[in-house]
Design a protein. Structure first.
Lengths: 279, 605
């Protein structure tokens, strides 16, 4: 069968590919400037690059293009390019964002796009930081501890409403952008005393899990430093999963702490917000 | 002498997706010392991207479902090239694995009476996929990760294995480098489990992440293990196609499970036009019946949009080729139309498909509750991979195990949606158990210093050639377009022969690749090292596809468009020959035991 010429469906695939190439050409190409942080272990500077961009491109596409064409060793962390894994966190024009979900056309086009690594963590190289501290924090939080199964088939019955309540927290993709922006970590470096918004969300997900029976209230106050949070809501603003970190996770946890360990500052918080239903 | 650190484990798991983590948790159960290495950070593996759900015959939504129906569906979907023993174990054990995940903290969507809710998916006779909206993979990997960090696992993140080490015939460990500093590490282990996922990066348009360079399949092959079914690559029918930068990103089959329909450029629901014979009795023949099926009517048959992925992908290609495509060379997937049927449709869509809503809004500026999506096929999954023993998951190399997407057998010629996540748990658990047993029964192996010296030297060569030599990214891109254009959805002999020639010249180019900079977090270097693996799996795919002169499941030959019963009796096996050349042989499929054969006959009606 060597030399067999292609029939209908092979040509179909060619037509498919050709149609797509034609569309690429039709997409408005534009040259844009970028300023990317280059350097290792904290020392470094912004380097200028110019590259072709087209409709719908995200920052990560531009960084990849620069990497492939001009700077093969440009370090950047990414995995899914679909906003699902939380690997590509960076500071874009000074704002903590996911590179793969930030479209170039939402950034001002009369100035270069600046991309820098997250500043709250130790720098490794170029756009990559050492986020290992986060991985050390999590095991300190008391793990999921279910009540014994109570349905006849040896499992549990759970109401959808109880699932919905914690689902918001379980959407977290561990991008650590909230940790990056929280002043307690970023400016005051309380990494030994404060677990940060990501892990307050994690603690809330466990505390409000319909099956969990463990108690994390005292450690939240004494080990995890929930008192350091003064409800600035900066974390909520940057969360790419739109988790209402402060109102839905942190404040209810603070209330549980207040209920158990009276603390005048937090009592005040509660007074201002009014009583909340306990989940 | 290149410097390296040596680390000892009883069991080494390569990969921290669903399969690797489940295996590691199992292996560590009885105090076995388990190490886990992964290319990226913990919790970022590909599994995190899975959307629609995991298949298990829990029978929570339709009590007619049993493991026997799931078994028959899996075999039919795989066109009977599956390893029937794996299909049996998978169908029997998946429900227990899903419940176990719940006991570890996973929260699935619920039925009205509070049990795990299940949704419809292509090729599954009854609603069978346990899910959490459209982010089931995240729920799964986070649950395994959060459980795993309390099991005493020794996790090495951002650490990439470049070759396996042997002691005589048996496995002895692996050589790896850490991304951050580029230092080498030698892991010595009595048993090794490969759980490295797929090969999507061998293609230009794919739903897969950068990690999917076929490392596990290639590492095993180079260490002497057999690969099987490599011609079977799954092209998912619905990937994003516009704007160009998002091309390939997956649109979950869950959209169709919730009632989404496919229309061509002229607005016609073309999937009713061509329903394969073996699915006709199970498929709706009108739109109304199809809709009722998606809404849980037990008497209705499924809409043709939920036929198997290989069929739907080819139907889309046909529409486009015959001039009935959408403006950007695809077709339309529409879920917004359900507003004709449901009062609060927009809210319902946002709740059932939150990440799809988000993905289209943010990346394409399209509100899927109001408009149709433009979609086209994307390289998604590989059915083929490392050949393993069904019960223990051991490869043909003693002490070397494999599970998850990099292993083969369960899915045959085509995988049903949702059967991967359950595969990871069922066979991850088995691989972990049997690897730990193997480690207990065997003494510590020794590793060969000479081989390590040689391998590290080879790995560092690209630096000595510098940045003026061949570029790693350019070779990778050329490989991707070769595979995309010549060994893609529709295949033909002459093109595959050309692909093999091009792969040979790419191999030579790969040997001349140079990289700038130093060993610290250097993606150029990583890309250069991945090339060896991409080349092995690409060649294995092309050779197996060339030899299968028929069309079946994910493999479609334009020059042999029909299924040929003579090709339904064996699997292709790929092994490394003595002279380093790739050997392709046929392995007859053993006859099914009567009990299983009877199930197939019974379910055929
Ligand atoms: C977008 C998308 C949606 C999907 N949706 C579904 C779905 O709804 N249902 C379903 O059943 N399936 C789905 N799938 C398929 C399924 O997600 C995958 O098949 C499955 O997650 C693979 O899991 P795994 O554990 O085998 O590998 P992965 O999760 O990919 O993990 C591989 C691991 O191996 C590591 N690794 C790779 N190479 C090396 C190396 N050389 N050295 C060290 N470590 C290495 C990686 O770092 C990673 O940790 C989907 C796939 C995609 C792409
Ligand atoms: S609200 Fe609390 S946790 Fe969030 S950024 Fe402000 S201080 Fe940090
Ligand atoms: S809570 Fe939001 S910002 Fe913080 S890590 Fe999770 S997803 Fe990222
Ligand atoms: S690459 Fe996964 S979130 Fe951006």
């Amino acid at each position: 069968m060597t030399g067999h010429s292609k029939d209908a469906s092979t040509q179909a695939v060619d037509a498919y590919t050709a149609a797509q190439a034609a569309q690429d050409a039709a997409v408005g190409h534009r040259t844009r400037s970028f300023r990317l942080w280059r350097g290792a272990d904290g020392s470094g500077s912004l380097h200028d690059y110019v590259t072709e961009t087209n409709e719908g491109m995200v920052v990560l596409d531009a960084v990849h293009q620069i990497q492939a064409e001009q700077a093969n060793d440009l370090a950047v962390r990414w995995n899914c390019k679909a906003g699902k894994c939380g690997s590509c966190s960076a500071e874009i024009n000074g704002q903590p964002k996911l590179m793969c979900m930030t479209r170039l056309d939402e950034l001002p086009d009369d100035e270069p796009v600046t991309v820098e690594p997250m500043r709250a963590f130790p720098h490794v190289r170029d756009l990559v930081t050492d986020v290992s501290w986060n991985y050390r924090v999590k095991p300190k939080i008391q793990r999921f501890t279910p009540r014994p199964p109570d349905a006849p088939d040896g499992t549990w019955r759970i109401d959808q409403r109880d699932v919905d309540r914690v689902q918001e927290f379980r959407k977290c993709i561990e991008c650590f952008l909230c940790q990056d922006v929280c002043h307690v970590l970023r400016d005051h470096h309380k990494h030994d005393e404060f677990i940060g918004p990501r892990y307050l969300v994690y603690a809330a997900a466990l505390e409000m899990h319909p099956l969990d029976v463990a108690d994390r209230v005292t450690p939240l106050k004494e080990e995890f430093g929930i008192g350091y949070c003064n409800i600035t809501k900066c974390c909520t603003k940057v969360c790419p999963e739109h988790i209402t970190i402060t109102d839905n996770a942190i404040i209810p946890l603070k209330e549980r702490v207040v209920d158990r360990h009276f603390d005048p500052l937090q009592a005040l918080v509660r007074l201002v917000r009014g009583p909340q239903k306990s989940p | 002498m290149t410097e390296y650190q040596t680390i000892d484990h009883d069991v080494l798991v390569i990969g921290a997706g669903g399969a690797g983590l489940r295996a590691a948790i199992e292996a560590a159960k009885d105090g076995t010392r388990v190490g886990v290495v992964c290319k990226s950070l913990l919790g970022k593996a590909h599994t995190v991207m899975a959307e629609g759900g995991m298949a298990a015959a829990l029978a929570n939504v339709d009590d007619r479902d049993t493991w026997r129906v799931h078994f028959a569906d899996t075999m039919r979907g795989g066109q009977y090239l599956n390893n029937w023993r794996m299909a049996e174990l998978h169908a029997r054990e998946a429900p227990a694995r899903v419940r176990e995940l719940e006991a570890w903290g996973a929260l699935f969507d619920r039925t009205a009476d509070g049990r795990i809710l299940q949704r419809n998916f292509g090729g599954h006779r009854y609603p069978r996929l346990a899910h959490v909206g459209d982010r089931t993979g995240l729920e799964m990997i986070r649950t395994l990760q959060d459980h795993g960090i309390h099991q005493g696992l020794d996790v090495h993140m951002e650490c990439t294995v470049v070759s396996l080490l042997k002691d005589g015939d048996r496995i002895a460990g692996a050589l790896a480098y850490d991304r951050e500093r580029g230092r080498f590490r030698v892991f010595r282990a009595k048993a090794v489990i490969i759980a490295t996922g797929g090969v999507g990066r061998a293609y230009g348009i794919t739903s897969n992440s950068w990690e999917y360079t076929g490392d596990g399949q290639a590492l095993a092959y180079l260490a002497g293990a057999a690969l099987t079914d490599m011609e079977f690559v799954q092209f998912h029918p619905t990937g994003m196609i516009w704007p160009p930068s998002v091309r390939g990103i997956l649109v979950t089959e869950g959209v169709r499970g919730e009632g989404g329909v496919l229309r061509n450029g002229a607005g016609k629901r073309f999937m009713f036009e061509n329903i394969p014979e073996n699915y006709r009795s199970q498929t709706a023949d009108n739109e109304e019946e199809g809709w009722r099926y998606t809404q849980g009517d037990k008497d209705a048959r499924r809409p043709p949009e939920l036929l198997t992925r290989d069929h739907v992908a080819r139907m889309i290609v046909r529409e486009v080729k015959e001039g009935r495509g959408s403006p950007h060379g695809g077709v339309y997937l529409d879920i917004s139309w359900i507003k004709e049927k449901l009062p609060n449709a927009a809210e319902h869509i946002r709740k059932k498909l939150p990440s799809m809503y988000h993905q289209f809004m943010q990346l394409a500026g399209i509100d899927i509750t109001k408009e149709a999506m433009e979609i086209g096929p994307t390289t998604h999954y590989i059915m083929g991979g490392i050949r393993v023993d069904a019960d223990s998951q051991m490869s043909t190399v003693p002490g070397l195990f494999a599970c998850g997407e990099c292993a083969a057998g369960l899915h045959g010629a085509n995988r049903l949606g949702g059967n991967s996540l359950s595969d990871l748990l069922v066979f991850g658990q088995r691989a972990g158990q049997f690897a730990a047993e193997f480690a207990r029964a065997n003494t510590a192996p020794s590793v060969d210093q000479g081989v390590i010296e040689q391998e590290t030297r080879t790995a560092l060569e690209p630096f000595s050639r510098g940045s003026t030599a061949e570029g790693a990214y350019q070779v990778q891109e050329a490989l991707q377009s070769t595979m995309q254009n010549l060994v893609g959805i529709v295949r033909v002999e002459s093109e595959m022969e050309r692909a093999l020639m091009e792969l040979e010249s790419l191999r030579q180019r790969a040997q001349r690749v140079g990289v700038p900079g130093n060993r610290e977090y250097n993606p150029g270097w990583h890309t250069a090292l991945d090339l060896r693996h991409l080349l092995v799996v690409s060649e294995a795919i092309a050779r197996s596809a060339l030899a299968r002169k028929e069309s079946r499941g994910g493999h479609f030959r334009d020059d042999y468009p029909d299924k040929d019963p003579a090709f339904g009796t064996f699997n292709h096996i790929v092994t490394r020959g003595r002279g380093d050349d790739m050997q392709l042989t046929r392995q007859p499929i053993p006859p099914m035991p009567d009990e299983l054969a009877a199930i197939i006959t019974e379910m055929q009606s």
